[in-house]
Write a protein that binds this ligand. Structure first.
Ligand code: 6R9
Length: 650
């Protein structure tokens, strides 16, 4: 093998592994040669009320149409709960670990069944029907899982909104999905701090009402007991409601292509898109990747540290693991509370075998040194995973050497909200590892690298990452805007799904994701469109223009750097800088807070008025010696001012 240091598959990883390298190669070849046959077989891993006879019916051309298992009938909640009851009724389905280390509980599959049925009956009683959209704005408590599963039981389409988003962001998502039913909690609790979820919901519902979108019911789970406002006739206490309904609720028979959920994600232009996933293909793909990527064996304790507000929480806290009858751990807290040993203490406490987290957390913990890790045992760990952004080789090696003590394989899993599940990844018993590479495609995935003109690059190459054929977990459309779906993903390189990521393939055929090539930045593994932050900034009455770029950040991966031009006569001050940061937090949420704000009398523009972001990125990186050609600028002098006042001087 060439280049980076290779960590070969160790005998212990191979010993009981589900897939070894020969099997990987054979299955992969079969999967791309004859997808109908391959997926026709693996589609049976879930239960169908009516078996499918058609497997794949997909086209990336023209109007783009993606259908899998289209004539089959199934139900996600049935597959995640009911079908396990006979064998696993008393097995723990969810281990919940609270923000406070003394707060935890275990929910068995039969208990999960009852909770989900009751909530589904409450929703039914208040008018929720198949196809309706339900917004879920919850902390990381088991009721978030019940809410999602209850929707799938009825065939309602959930839209989970991350608890860190602002009332404005929540309102936008409620309106876009035309959702009249919201499930939330009084407050969230993270790292000892409360998050006013109900208060935010009240504000969001008001904002939505101004846009003619009436929310009829708000179900409230009591988490902290904090003081909240109450709207009679609209608000419902979860604990009161679930007591009054039956503990049984029949799962709806859903078509494979019936919508399952909407999840909003940032793109390079406009407001966040509602990524739509459907029922059958999504579940087949989420469960299959969960099993093979994490080499999941019956009885394993599995922990993914994501929030259910992101796709990772959907596919790999909830749907994949539960469809496989796993025990999945749900964590309410943060990696550094009460101390930076928390992750490893939880691993020991619950004897976690498979642990899946984000590079930003690894880097932050790495900064705190080895001692907080070493004081824990971690003997139960068998597989470590990484997701959300490129993992730098230093962080990878630290994860491998310190956390896994050189004995545990790392699966660096590349995928996206749009892909539904993992597309490029090592398999623990099959793939030799290289620090920083997501390695090879999962079964059925056909990656391709193209240059900016769309020319296909062969062999070792650096280019734009496309996927040339469909896989069952792929998104089907942008909710309510199929044209935008085609435009965003299938028009840059005709007939191919364009990921928005840059990627290098080495001589061994390993893939190395280099990061976004569009105007999306990745802050602590969270996607943020620069356009969204810009529009929040210009919504402030003292701002006339704004341009936002990412810059390398030690912990977050990328930080948010904003250039702001003020209205004539407004004096730039430190206070105004703080005010603008607070303003963006209010408009979008804390994850969008600019790390740096540079007041700029002018922005570098071409003669046609296009902002030259390339230059802004360089200045933000403090790399202004390499600005490149600035001769096409309308006013080259603005660059001197930008360089002189840069905020990231080394
Ligand atoms: C699952 C998720 C997707 C974007 C994606 C890419 C980056 C995710 C990665 C990775 C390098 C990995 N990304 N995993 N980059 N290596 N293992 O994160 O979905 O929030 O939609 O973000 O994240 O840039 O395009 P999402």
């Amino acid at each position: 093998m060439s280049e980076a240091k290779v960590h070969r598959v160790q005998p212990a990883w191979k010993k009981n592994a589900l897939i070894d390298n020969d099997t990987y190669l054979k299955w992969y070849a079969d999967s791309v040669k004859n997808p109908d046959k391959f997926w026709g077989k693996h589609g049976k891993r879930i239960d169908w009320f009516k078996p499918y006879t058609k497997v794949k019916n997909t086209s990336f051309d023209g109007k783009v149409s993606i259908k899998w298992f289209e004539d089959g009938l199934t139900n996600v909640s049935y597959n995640c709960i009911d079908r396990h009851l006979k064998k696993r009724g008393d097995q723990v389905a969810i281990i919940w670990e609270g923000d406070n280390p003394y707060d935890d509980k275990k929910i068995t599959y039969s208990e999960l069944h009852e909770h989900v049925c009751r909530l589904a009956n409450v929703m039914k009683k208040h008018g929720v029907k198949k196809g309706d959209r339900v917004t879920i704005y919850m902390p990381m408590i088991p009721e978030a899982a019940y809410a999602m599963l209850a929707c799938t039981r009825l065939g309602a389409v959930h839209s989970v909104v991350f608890g860190g988003f602002s009332p404005d962001a929540l309102a936008g998502r409620i309106v876009d999905a035309a959702s009249t039913f919201v499930i939330t909690a009084d407050e969230g609790l993270r790292g000892g701090k409360t998050i006013p979820l109900k208060e935010n919901t009240d504000k969001a519902v008001e904002i939505a009402a101004k846009q003619k979108m009436t929310v009829k019911s708000v179900v409230v789970v009591r988490r902290t007991g904090g003081k909240i406002g109450w709207v009679e006739g609209r608000d419902l206490w979860y604990h009161d409601e679930v007591r009054t309904v039956k503990a049984e609720c029949k799962p709806e028979k859903m078509k494979a292509e019936d919508p399952l959920f909407i999840l909003y994600t940032s793109g390079s232009t406009g407001k966040p898109k509602g990524v739509l996933h459907t029922t059958g293909g999504y579940l087949v793909y989420a469960s299959m990747t969960h099993q093979y990527v994490f080499d999941y064996h019956d009885g394993d304790i599995y922990w993914c540290t994501a929030d259910v507000g992101w796709v990772t929480g959907h596919s790999y806290i909830l749907y994949g693991p539960l469809a496989n009858g796993a025990t999945t751990l749900m964590f309410e807290g943060v990696p550094n509370y009460p101390s930076v040993s928390r992750f490893w203490e939880v691993v020991d406490k619950h004897q976690v075998n498979i642990f899946y987290t984000a590079p930003t957390a690894i880097r932050a913990l790495m900064g705190a040194g080895e001692a907080p890790v070493k004081k824990t045992s971690r003997k139960s760990l068998r597989v470590l995973g990484s997701v959300g952004e490129p993992i730098n080789p230093e962080a990878w090696e630290w994860y491998f050497n310190v956390v896994g003590e050189k004995k545990v394989p790392i699966v660096d899993t590349w995928w996206q909200t749009e892909t539904g599940g993992i597309l490029i990844t090592p398999l623990p018993g099959a793939t030799d590892l290289k620090a920083g590479s997501a390695t090879r495609p999962f079964f059925g995935v056909k990656p391709e690298l193209v240059d900016n003109d769309g020319k296909v690059l062969e062999g070792a190459a650096d280019g734009n990452l496309c996927i040339t054929d469909s896989w069952p977990g792929q998104m089907r459309t942008v909710y309510g805007d199929h044209e935008r779906f085609i435009q965003t993903y299938f028009s840059t390189y005709k007939g191919k799904y364009f990921t928005g990521d840059g990627c290098r393939r080495d001589a061994d055929g390993y893939y190395w994701i280099t990061g976004r090539v569009d105007d999306v930045i990745n802050v602590s593994g969270h996607r943020m469109g620069t356009a969204e932050v810009e529009s929040a900034l210009v919504a402030h009455d003292k701002v006339s223009e704004a341009a936002v770029v990412g810059y390398p950040h030690d912990i977050k991966g990328q930080g948010i750097y904003s250039y702001v031009t003020l209205m004539a006569g407004v004096v730039p001050t430190e206070d105004l800088r703080k005010e603008l940061v607070a303003h963006v937090r209010k408009e979008i949420g804390a994850i969008a807070s600019p790390d740096k704000i540079q007041f700029a009398p002018g922005l570098p523009k071409t003669r046609s008025g296009k902002i030259m972001r390339r230059i802004l990125r360089k200045i933000a990186e403090d790399d202004f010696g390499a600005l490149g050609d600035t001769s096409t600028l309308a006013d080259p002098a603005v660059v001197d001012d930008l360089v002189a006042n840069r905020q990231n001087k080394k």
